[in-house]
Design a protein around this ligand. Sequence first.
Ligand code: FE2
Length: 235
Amino acid sequence: MSHSGFMTNTPILAQRYDLYGSVHKGLRRTQCLLLTRLGANDFTDAAATEKLLADMKRLLSMAAAHVEHEDREIHAALHERGIGTGHVDEQHDDHREAFTIIANKIAAVENTKGAARVEAGRGLYLTFAAYIADDFAHMHEEETVLCPILWQNFSDAELQAIEMRIIASIPPEENMAFTRMMLPAMNPAERNALVGGMYRAMPAEVFNAVVEFAIRPSLTEAEFAAVQTGIGLAA
Ligand SMILES: [Fe+2]
């Protein structure tokens, strides 16, 4: 594929349901922050390194879950309508291979000390940078090539039903983790739509738990107040 075609292909949303938008924004933001932290980390500082590696492992498990959600619900729905997903399926297999390589690089940092640990940290940084470069290109393809195919073949109600099946299939703690990852990456209108939808759909005590464990901790005070106002709750 030529770079210019790849980069300029950004089909307009035209009010259609953006199935990938928020979760991909969250993955991009988290991966950029982690790459920056890996580059700036002092690998001779045991406590800082331990915290960073724990955050890396959390991202890897969420990225693996995300790929599996897309395979199980989005690709399966396309297959049911006779549409192949061979290319993106291959990219998902490459991701799974990358997750194992990155997990091994994390273990290499954990199992070394001193200068060897600093070297292992550099290896992890370079490997993770290469992986996210690949993942950014992959997510771009999903949002610019696969998404228009979804729009042609599914109504917005059907796309929302696919998303609801994903949400319903994962435990509450994992939904909270995805909410925490997505919200700070989303713009104010998108946050209001997501949180407003939760507010209208959830029993009050469930919504309050999501506010305390996922929404409030992931936003600044000003951003949180803006969401409260945005969905019609007094700030
Ligand atoms: Fe994907």
